[in-house]
Design a protein around this ligand. Structure first.
Ligand code: ATP
Ligand code: MG
Length: 368
């Protein structure tokens, strides 16, 4: 998706991909297949680049710091990126100026159990590094569950223990910031998670007051400024039942909750990410239509997704689709659809229908 934006800007991209089958390697012309944790591979790859950026946050921080010391532009830089790589580092830094759940960094089961006893069960435990799509996040109902978790993850493993936030819903605040300090803020989205995976976003977040939306935007802009982020920053938020907001975690790259921007915003998150990385003026993040819904296509019973588009496109001329060229496997994110328009219920219905069809979900009886 970044490649399409680069083409429009006349920017030449080169990708370091972990395998020839990954989505980016299928569309880029200049592909290096190699291990992004291997210093020699990453250094050789970086040598010919004007600037390095990311579509995931797993390149080791120390390796990026070495690149910076070697004079290579890394955007976002490792000092910012570490807050998206390591949830312990993120909590320690953010709790100084942003609303966060109560938390403790624990290294053994005694600490974890003590935190649960003080907070009251349930609590949440997370691996500091390497989690994704809810893997590495556990809800613990009691001390026995906490001990069981340590038995599984191993002794001396650092975990972040958090208050269980009984949230009303999850929101996402996306901002883009450039090295010269310009920043733009996208409208706030509601993100719907099913079994730890984002399945849908609705923008603007339904029923969110103007004040709360502005508060969320200011919060994300402040995080970008304080941490010196360059490029896209996604601040995943939880909205408590009293309406107040707490930060869940950060991502510093184009984010799944911003995929709606490709068709639903004046400037997509991918284009603004590249503009920021290149220190070009940023584009308008505003909505093109009043309501935009993105629904992820998770691997289901449909293996030939392009053929299934016949039905989707015949039914809905304004439907937008991105398929990632990935092999369909159960529950894997293999694409997304976007619908936009004036009526939120109608827009959501169109997006849901298309995504469900592409997943092979049986249609609910709806009178058709
Ligand atoms: N303190 C908390 N209280 C309640 N629920 C939480 C808490 N922290 C996380 N969650 C839930 O777990 C989900 C996954 O957590 P988190 O975003 O930290 O993990 P991840 O695996 O890194 O995420 P991603 O799916 O964004 O890659 C959140 O979206 C939220 O639904
Ligand atoms: Mg998350």
């Amino acid at each position: 998706m970044m490649y399409a934006a680069a083409t429009r800007l006349g920017v030449t991209l080169r990708v370091l991909a972990e395998g020839p089958e990954v989505s980016a390697a299928q569309v880029f012309h200049d592909v290096t297949v190699g291990d992004y944790t291997d210093p020699a591979t990453v250094k050789a790859f970086a040598a010919g680049c004007d600037v390095i950026t990311f579509d995931h946050e797993h390149v080791p921080t120390d390796l990026l710091t070495e690149l910076v010391h070697a004079g290579i532009a890394v955007r976002p830089g490792p000092e910012a990126l570490v807050h998206a790589q390591d949830k312990a580092v993120m909590r320690e830094r953010l709790s100084g100026f942003a609303p966060c759940p109560a938390y403790r960094i624990v290294t053994d089961e005694t600490d974890l159990v003590a935190f649960g006893e003080e907070q009251g069960w349930p609590i949440i435990a997370k691996t500091a590094r390497g989690g994704y799509d809810g893997k590495g996040v556990w809800k613990l109902d009691d001390a026995a569950a906490a001990r069981q978790l340590y038995a599984e993850v191993g002794y001396d493993q650092q975990l972040v223990a958090e208050e269980f936030v009984d949230f009303a819903r999850e929101l996402s605040a996306l901002v883009t910031r450039s090295p010269s300090g310009q920043a733009v803020s996208y409208p706030i989205s509601e993100s719907i998670q099913t079994a730890g995976i984002c399945t849908e976003t609705r923008t603007p977040a339904p029923g969110l007051s103007e004040d709360r939306a502005v508060e969320a935007q200011h919060l994300a802009l402040r995080v970008a400024e304080e941490l010196g982020v360059v490029g896209m920053l996604a601040v995943e938020l939880m909205e408590r039942r009293d309406g107040s907001l707490v930060v869940n975690e950060l991502a510093m790259r184009p984010h799944n909750t911003g995929h709606w921007t490709i068709d639903g915003a004046h400037t997509s998150q991918f284009e603004n990410h590249l503009r920021a990385v290149l220190d070009l003026p940023l584009g308008d993040p505003g909505l093109r239509d009043p309501h935009v819904v993105m629904a992820n296509v998770l691997g289901g019973t449909v293996n030939d997704l392009p053929s299934a588009l016949l039905h989707c496109f015949a039914r809905d001329r304004r439907l937008r689709v991105e398929l990632y060229g990935k092999e369909v496997r159960p529950g894997r994110k293999v694409g997304h659809v976007v619908a936009y328009g004036d009526d939120p219920t109608e827009v959501r219905g169109r997006a849901r229908h298309a995504a469900d069809y592409l997943m092979g979900v049986e249609e609910q009886t709806n009178g058709e």
